[in-house]
Design a protein around this ligand. Structure first.
Ligand code: GLC
Length: 477
């Protein structure tokens, strides 16, 4: 089939998106836990950062040296920024000293605040897509946090008295806002330090995160109690936030113990709706001990995993697949990444997993999984449509914008990746028609692949992965 014909075929496949969105309104309950935070977004210039370095007399050698990806000094914050700026990449480093947090607050500031954290972002997306009751966990919920939730009656959290209240109005006064700086920079901008000039190759962002509560996966006890009640009926539970844990936490306890405790807690939440679906959004987990424990211990109880290409490679690294990880790193394409997914399936036996990469989403699941291949495809198409609306308009805060991209055609990049995947599936599993149907089944597996709509000049990319994973699953009906 020619590329024009394929695009016409996929435009036809995508036509189910509005109907899938309607179906999300039939879902009674969904829990999104654990991490909601405040994203303080600021656009900086190379010149501004240069001035910051000079005015504060920062130590140049400490800024230019290689080192750990964490922030203990003011210089570390600039070092992390420079690393992203000069390579045009996105990274998130954790601020481990409150003094650096205060210094950034005073000297860098922010332009605007928006909802941050996978848990918070997913909750807003699910609520605007019409899920009847969305329960969102907040480690901290002062007014600054509450107001970042959409003003919708179907989006609730626990207030200071332990009662469920609309998240938008909740004000657990006395709790501190948890701030993540999203420091954005432009392509082509320049920064000179010590006579050396760095030119930024690609617009991107550096995230500097100060979040003592989510760092230890702090759980609001009231929320835990409430979610264990019979009336909650969570048909879906979407988990994230483990990525901020460390092997050893500031108070001397172990990250792995926090994971195990949460596992027991979630088992209690699941009781009121035994055939719920539990999804884990892997996210970028820097600490390898924590990452391994997640894969070895938490994943055995989850039904569905979500990751991007980087996070997939990170998983391969901790399951003894270093060689394949290196291959995926050298050539990050759907063909290598699919081999990676098969290895992750073999290792974890997780019945469903989804990769979202640039231009293509791929789901690999056990044959006969309770969400059919076609339902998955419909969910993934809905996700791609809404993600394109987010990229194209900057925000999906109102229902009318969700279908903004519904008549857009899928991208050439996506069709290219789909072709590479189809070849790989042919080599490993057998003949297939993934190019036009997006689905393949054999005795063991179901593979679902959807080329996505790409927006030329995206207004925003923060939270894209969270949006895609959650809609792909919850919209698959
Ligand atoms: C990470 C960041 C958070 C951001 C989110 C988007 O969790 O810490 O600030 O909102 O990623 O996915």
């Amino acid at each position: 089939m020619s590329s024009t014909d394929l695009k016409a075929k996929w435009l036809e496949n995508y036509k189910t998106a509005p109907a899938q969105l309607e179906k999300m309104g039939k879902i009674n309950g969904l829990i999104s836990a654990f991490n909601a935070n405040v994203d303080a977004v600021i656009k900086v210039s190379g010149e501004g950062i240069q001035k910051l370095v000079v005015d504060n007399n920062l130590n140049i050698d400490s800024i230019l040296k290689d080192g750990e990806r964490s922030i203990r000094t003011n210089e570390d914050a600039i070092r992390g920024f420079l690393n992203c700026f000069k390579n045009g990449i996105a990274e998130e480093w954790l601020i481990e000293d409150v003094n650096v947090f205060e210094w950034l607050n005073k000297n860098v500031g922010y332009d605007k605040m928006q909802m941050g954290g996978q848990g918070g972002i997913v909750a807003n997306v699910m609520a605007i897509c019409g899920v009847k009751q969305v329960y969102v966990h907040c480690a901290s919920a002062p007014k600054e946090q509450g107001q970042l939730f959409l003003d919708l009656p179907n989006l609730v959290t626990t207030n200071a008295h332990g009662e469920l209240e609309q998240a938008f109005t909740v004000n657990r006064a006395g709790e501190n806002a948890l701030i993540h700086w999203i420091i954005e920079f432009d392509k082509g901008d320049q920064l000179s330090i010590n006579g050396e000039t760095f030119t930024c190759p690609k617009a991107n962002r550096f995230i500097a995160t100060y979040d003592p509560l989510n760092f230890k996966l702090h759980v609001d006890e009231n929320f835990d109690k409430r979610m264990s009640n019979k009336d909650i009926n969570p048909e879906y539970i979407i988990l994230s936030g483990y990525q901020m844990l460390h092997e050893e936490l500031a108070d001397g306890t172990r990250g792995a113990d926090r994971i195990d405790e949460s596992k027991e807690m979630i088992a209690r939440w699941r009781k009121s709706c035994p055939d719920n679906l539990l999804h884990l959004e892997v996210a970028s987990t820097q600490d390898k001990v924590v990452r391994k424990h997640l894969i070895d211990s938490l994943v055995e109880s989850v039904d569905s995993l979500g990751f991007n290409e980087r996070e997939l490679i990170d998983i391969l690294e901790v399951i003894g697949e270093d060689e394949l990880a290196a291959k995926c790193e050298a050539k990050t394409n759907s063909s290598n990444l699919f081999e990676g997914m098969l290895k992750i399936y073999e290792y974890t036996k997780c019945p469903r997993m989804q990769l979202h990469m640039f231009g293509l989403y791929v789901t690999l699941q056990e044959k006969g999984f309770k969400v059919t291949p076609l339902q998955n495809r419909d969910g993934m198409q809905l996700a791609a449509t809404v993600a394109a609306a987010k990229a194209g308009t900057g925000a999906i805060n109102t229902k009318d914008v969700l279908m903004w991209a519904k008549d857009h055609k899928v991208s050439d990049v996506g069709l290219g990746e789909l072709e590479a995947l189809s070849e790989k599936v042919k080599e490993l599993l057998g003949e297939n028609d993934l190019m036009s149907t997006g689905t393949f089944t054999d005795e063991k597996f179901e593979v679902i692949a959807v080329p996505t709509i790409l927006i030329d000049k995206p207004v925003t990319l923060v939270g894209m992965g969270d949006t895609i994973s959650s809609i792909s699953l919850v919209g698959a009906r």
